[in-house]
Design a protein around this ligand. Structure first.
Ligand code: NAD
Length: 485
């Protein structure tokens, strides 16, 4: 068993409960971790609260150096971390290399940004006065992370939170806690005890304690909209700072001028990366009516060439789904679509290529309607439902006909269509021609029910900083606007 990391110590759950972690490619038990209790959550909060009293006064320069050091340590353990990530999460090893590069890059980015900014000076109302806006850390930040990018989504919170002077409690997913625990051991071990804590445990055992406790002013959550709603309602009792990065149902529009073959490859990448388990996965595809047949044919041909397999094998393009429940949800959405008239052109079932492993075949569907679950609810799997549109107004209306607003993609070289798309589509990120590419300096987050926060960029650092306005008058005389009037 791999213990959890609280106050610089490696500990079991107070009641001895454990969580089993599986390898999704083989369904074999990979390891176990503690199923933390409410008591363990309280211990982590207390450790982080006490550590904050010192950590908040560590200079930004020193904090930046420590983040930089963490990036260097991860570089030293790169291959080991990539392998661990692949075995517990399932996606292709090259995608885990990319994830690990992102973790290193994010640490370096916030190490740089943190020493640059602590507020601003604003013009005073009187010559004797001086006004400034100070940015301060909040205190303890709970960072609750999903299974699909265990380290990347963790570091998008933890790097800016630490850079800003907060202490953190990381709550990884039950499916993927091992890589985070390993980072605590080899990458964060030079931080003072209690500054970085990793609390493993079921959400319903430790989640409410973190969200409701008065000593945790910030909850940074990435995960499903349903859990996000629960956190929002519980956190509201104490008017907590809630950063919610939630689900998506991203559209991909093929414009009339797009090249069919390259558009098909772009869509396949955007829909199948991490077996479709990306919050910004393409989950709805809109093609001009006159291009429908050609595009669908090209997509089906290309998708059939995508190589399914264990993520650890270099020849694999797409790995298994991370857990059985996620695969069942995909099967449910496909079954409901078929029952209502959709046709599956390829895939639509668990892969029979492997005896074990939670593999689901890349699936292309046509004759879908906007009322179907596969077009409305987050599927979070390798599905590509295609609808045709008559004109660009309709394409934009279809994109916006969703409760979600995380990302949106288009393939076009027509500048007028691109401009209409980025101005009119309601989404936190717009990708024109190069789907799903992020940028450290570019804020990431959702509109509508996809969330209320932004990670990365200056906005990502601001999220972990409280704002204080200081009004200072150097003239301590009696003011003529005081009593008596
Ligand atoms: P999830 O909501 O089931 O779990 C996310 C985390 O919340 C896990 O660590 C889980 O243990 C914890 N949790 C569960 N119950 C809790 C509770 N009551 N209180 C506090 N924490 C609790 O999500 P998941 O299945 O791990 O991840 C998939 C979801 O994440 C998808 O909906 C996806 O769109 C979303 N996601 C969003 C983004 C984004 O940036 N918007 C990025 C990646 C994933």
């Amino acid at each position: 068993m791999k213990p959890m990391y609280i106050n610089g110590e490696w500990v079991k759950s107070s009641d001895g409960e454990t969580i089993t972690v599986f390898n999704p490619a083989t369904e074999e038990v990979f390891d176990t971790v503690p199923n933390g209790s409410a008591e363990d959550a309280m211990k982590a909060i207390e450790a982080a609260r006490i550590a904050f009293q010192e950590w908040r006064w560590v200079t930004a320069l020193e904090r930046a150096e420590m983040l930089q050091q963490a990036a260097g340590k991860l570089r030293d353990h790169y291959d080991e971390v990539v392998e661990l990530l692949t075995l517990e999460q399932g996606k292709a090893i090259s995608e885990n290399e990319e994830e690990t590069e992102w973790v290193i890059g994010t640490l370096e980015y916030y190490a740089g940004l943190a020493r640059n900014y602590r507020g601003r000076v604003v013009p005073p109302a009187d010559r004797s006065q001086f006004n400034f806006v100070m940015k301060e850390p909040y205190g303890v930040a709970a960072c609750i992370v999903p299974f699909n990018y265990p380290l990347l989504l963790m570091i998008w919170k933890v790097a800016p939170a630490l850079a800003a002077g907060n202490t953190v409690i990381i709550k990884p997913s039950d499916h993927t806690p091992l890589s985070t625990l390993r980072l605590a051991e080899i990458v964060f071990d030079h931080f003072p005890a209690g500054v970085v804590n990793v609390l493993t445990g079921h959400g319903d055992r430790v989640g409410d304690v973190l969200v409701e406790h008065p000593d945790v002013p910030v909850i940074a959550f990435t995960g499903s909209t349903a859990i996000g709603q629960r956190i929002a309602s519980l956190g509201a009792k104490r008017v907590k700072r809630l950063h919610l990065e939630l689900g998506g149902k991203d559209p991909f529009v093929i414009a009339p001028d797009a090249d069919v073959e390259s558009a098909a490859e772009a869509v396949a990448y955007a829909a199948l990366l991490n077996a479709g388990q990306v919050c910004t996965s393409t989950e709805r595809i809109y093609v001009p009516q006159e291009m429908g047949g050609a595009f669908t044919g090209a997509l089906v041909d290309f998708v059939r060439s995508v190589r399914l397999g264990p993520g650890i094998e270099r020849t694999t393009d797409m790995g298994p789904m991370a857990a059985p429940a996620y695969r069942e949800k995909v099967a449910d959405h496909v079954a409901e679509a078929k029952a209502n008239g959709a046709r599956v052109l390829t895939g639509g079932k668990n892969s029979d290529k492997f005896e074990r492993g939670w593999f689901y075949e890349p699936t292309v569907l046509v004759d879908v309607k906007h009322s179907m679950k596969i077009m409305r609810e987050e599927t979070f799997g390798p599905t590509m439902p295609i609808m045709t549109y008559r004109n660009f107004d309709e394409a934009i209306a279809l994109c916006n006909d969703s409760d979600y607003g995380l990302g949106a993609c288009i393939r076009t070289n027509d500048a007028r269509l691109a401009k209409r798309f980025f101005e009119e589509v309601q989404a936190g990120t717009i990708w024109i021609n190069d789907p799903l590419t992020d940028n450290y300096a570019g804020p990431f987050g959702g509109m509508k029910m996809s969330g209320n926060a932004r990670e990365l960029g200056e906005e990502g650092l601001e999220s972990f900083m409280e704002t204080k306005h200081v009004h200072w008058d150097f003239d301590d005389g009696i003011k003529d606007y005081w009593y008596p009037y």
